[in-house]
Design a protein around this ligand. Structure first.
Ligand SMILES: *Cc1c(COP(=O)(O)O)cnc(C)c1O
Length: 360
């Protein structure tokens, strides 16, 4: 068996320990004689799996009792519609557009009501986070929406916007469980799990209970109504059982690693190794304003598209996979999620130094 260093933005690297455990349980989950993939989602065994997963994420994130945790299908993108359908009671919401995912959410919201762009960093190719300390926030907004960590551009909100009392909705797909957050500052926090938490096929929605209501926009599909899912404890229909099981294992791994404070320290240390090198290199440059740099997604360029391509190809041959930047921005991007070991980043930097020496 040989494992590569996988810098994919998502689906992405998972902890080896978790993968090994899942492999051991594949044929016979704890004496059931079947895999978790094969069992009824109404069985006692699966009920224990989903309940334990929920408790573990509640413990990790310190989720207050007045928030529901929902395990849903449709990925993060489905929430671009579900959020306005459930929350746009005045049919008006504000969006801070800091990248493609935020923009997609903003455009989707326009299908359901008036979506206003409160701020944007499109003017400089989304390479920074706009100042959101004193935005012009209309009184009748239902919520303010952000994408907290911009997977493609590598920026992150280091302070949350001042919403002037409005509910804050945040897509945390690519920074989910990478550091502690204060859930009570948000109305809804949600993330697709395939970036930092588990296999693809699920979004976790953490939502304040008073927002789970019957008066959603007319035409909202039953499945997209938070109330349907909350009343059924995410078991309205067949949930993504195996993904829930895998996420549960990752939650246990995170607890064992010391929780989110420890993860934050680990992630800061890891990111610093790469950013310090980018700051000193004459060939490789980070593309993001320093104070807005993400701990999870690190885009960089040489400034020469041919050299970028050569780097990506040689890195791949040396066992560093998926370093090509997003198809819309080019260059390189190293995603260094929780499960990327520190050696992976150290070895990548060694490889970059060597590449720079040979090619300049
Ligand atoms: C990947 C990603 C999405 C889209 O996720 P899907 O689960 O594929 O719909 C949305 N938002 C962010 C921040 C992402 O990184």
């Amino acid at each position: 068996m040989s494992r590569v260093y996988n810098f994919s933005a998502g689906p992405a690297v998972l902890p080896e320990e978790v993968l090994r455990e899942a492999a051991e349980e594949m044929m016979d989950y704890r004496g059931c004689g079947m895999s978790v993939m094969e069992m009824s989602h109404r069985s006692k065994v699966f009920d224990d799996i989903i309940k334990e997963a929920e408790q573990d994420i509640r413990d990790l994130m310190n989720i207050p009792d007045n928030y529901k945790v929902l395990f849903l299908q449709g990925g993060a993108s489905q929430q671009f519609a579900a959020i306005p359908m459930n929350l746009m009671r005045n049919k008006k919401a504000g969006y801070i557009v800091t990248g493609q995912w935020a923009k997609k959410a903003y455009q989707e919201a326009k299908l359901y009501g008036e979506a206003i762009e409160l701020a944007s960093s499109a003017d400089e190719t989304f390479s920074y986070i706009p100042d959101c300390s004193d935005l012009d926030i209309p009184d009748d907004l239902d919520y303010v929406y952000i994408c907290e960590n911009n997977t493609i551009y590598g920026t992150k909100f280091k302070t949350l916007p001042n919403t002037k009392g409005k509910d804050l909705v945040a897509d945390v797909s690519s920074c989910f469980l990478s550091e502690p957050i204060d859930v009570s500052k948000y109305a809804v926090v949600y993330g697709g799990v395939q970036k930092n938490v588990g296999p693809a096929g699920m979004v976790i929605v953490i939502i304040r209970e008073d927002l789970i209501r019957d008066d959603v926009l007319p035409g909202t599909p039953t499945m997209l109504k938070y109330k349907t899912q909350a009343d059924a404890d995410s078991l309205y229909n067949t949930p993504p059982c195996y993904t829930i099981y895998m996420c549960g294992k990752v939650f246990k791994w995170l607890k064992k690693m010391g929780g989110l404070e420890a993860m934050k320290a680990h992630n800061e240390k890891k990111a610093k190794i790469l950013y310090d090198f980018l700051d000193e290199s004459k060939m490789f440059k980070g593309t993001v304003r320093k104070e807005d740099r993400s701990l999870m997604n690190v885009p960089f360029v040489t400034g020469d598209a041919d050299l970028d391509a050569k780097f990506v190809a040689e890195a791949k041959a040396a066992g560093f996979e998926n370093l090509k930047g997003h198809r819309t921005v080019g260059g390189m991007r190293a995603s260094i999620y929780n499960a990327m070991p520190i050696e992976g980043v150290e070895k990548l930097v060694e490889f970059m130094k060597d590449f720079e020496a040979k090619n300049s």
